[in-house]
Write a new protein. Structure first.
Length: 307
């Protein structure tokens, strides 16, 4: 079976890499000659596995020391970022998914793990990803199912990486970014990138993101926010806007800008970085769990609209 599956509908096409976490590595609109997502290089060699397409992150972001306690159990993940002493993003982004269903415009795929099979995670679970193209764009549905007899923590996100110049006519001077954000969570950027416990007032960068005037070519930035709903990239000169809309279960964002490298990561997450160990109550940090035998669905869409 071809591990890279292409779906099409109208002017849209998308490529899903089943072998690489069912990552949507390409999303194109023929009418506007638009390439929405940053695509992996042709030779397949990635300088960073998180900066192409929309890789799944499970558990999302960093977990200090790779461990935490929940319901009397200690969860331990491998330290895969030795310089910070953290576990980062899990391995699902580089794990093969099984193809369950395929139509011209839609694909459904699944990863299923027995107890202890995925990073020693002490729960049997499965994750389904569904991609569907419609007239306006891509609809992405993710379902997490707890197949164990205990409550299972769920820390989920996507490192969705957009081209800031998404058409050949795009000009850096006319591109701006918006994010629906309400609070910033400061991180220790010189040591381990974990929340410090401080929620600073919005500075010029945060205010520009919140007002939709942020210019991604003015420099690099890495910010963590509470917020949900819409993030967008506007090409004012060509009267086009990419809109990335996430449902209310994604309560946090991490925004990482590549600056002159021509990409920006608009990352929906259902919890704060280091959420089980963060210097905030777990409820505020978005600590989420599924009861035994239950499932939860997360929905997003990426559309291209004329303005």
């Amino acid at each position: 079976m071809d591990q890279k599956q292409i779906i099409t509908a109208g002017d849209w096409s998308a490529t899903i890499d089943l072998a690489g976490g069912a990552n949507c590595i390409s999303l194109k609109n023929r009418r506007f000659n638009a390439s929405i997502l940053r695509e992996p290089p042709v030779n397949g060699k990635l300088d960073n596995p998180y900066l192409y397409g929309m890789p799944i992150l499970f558990p999302v972001n960093r977990i200090e020391g790779g461990c935490f306690d929940f319901e009397g159990r200690t969860y331990t993940f491998p330290i895969n970022e030795p310089q910070t002493g953290c576990h980062l993003h899990g391995e699902l982004h580089q794990t093969a998914f099984e193809l369950l269903e395929r139509r011209e415009e839609r694909i459904v795929c699944r990863y299923a793990a027995k107890k202890g099979e995925y990073l020693g995670f002490p729960h049997a679970f499965e994750i389904l990803q569904e991609y569907e193209l419609r007239e306006e764009g891509l609809y992405h549905t993710v379902t997490v199912r707890n197949l164990s007899g205990q409550s299972m923590p769920v820390f989920l996100g996507f490192h969705t990486t957009f081209n800031t110049l998404f058409t050949p006519k795009s000009d850096p001077r006319h591109v701006s970014v918006f994010a629906d954000i309400t609070e910033e969570y400061e991180r220790n950027m010189s040591i381990n990138y974990l929340p410090t416990g401080v929620k600073p007032p919005f500075d010029a960068t945060s205010a520009a993101l919140a007002s939709g005037t942020y210019k991604p070519f003015t420099g690099k930035a890495s910010r963590h926010y509470r917020g949900n709903g819409i993030m967008s990239i506007t090409d004012a000169q060509n009267c086009l806007r990419i809109v990335y809309e996430n449902d209310g279960k994604y309560t946090f964002r991490l925004i990482y800008n590549g600056g002159d490298e021509g990409y920006i990561c608009l990352e929906p997450q259902n919890c704060l970085a280091n959420c089980p160990n963060a210097p905030f109550p777990r409820e505020e940090a978005g600590f989420d769990a599924l009861h035994a035998g239950k499932d939860r669905t997360y929905r997003s869409k990426i559309i291209l609209e004329e303005i």
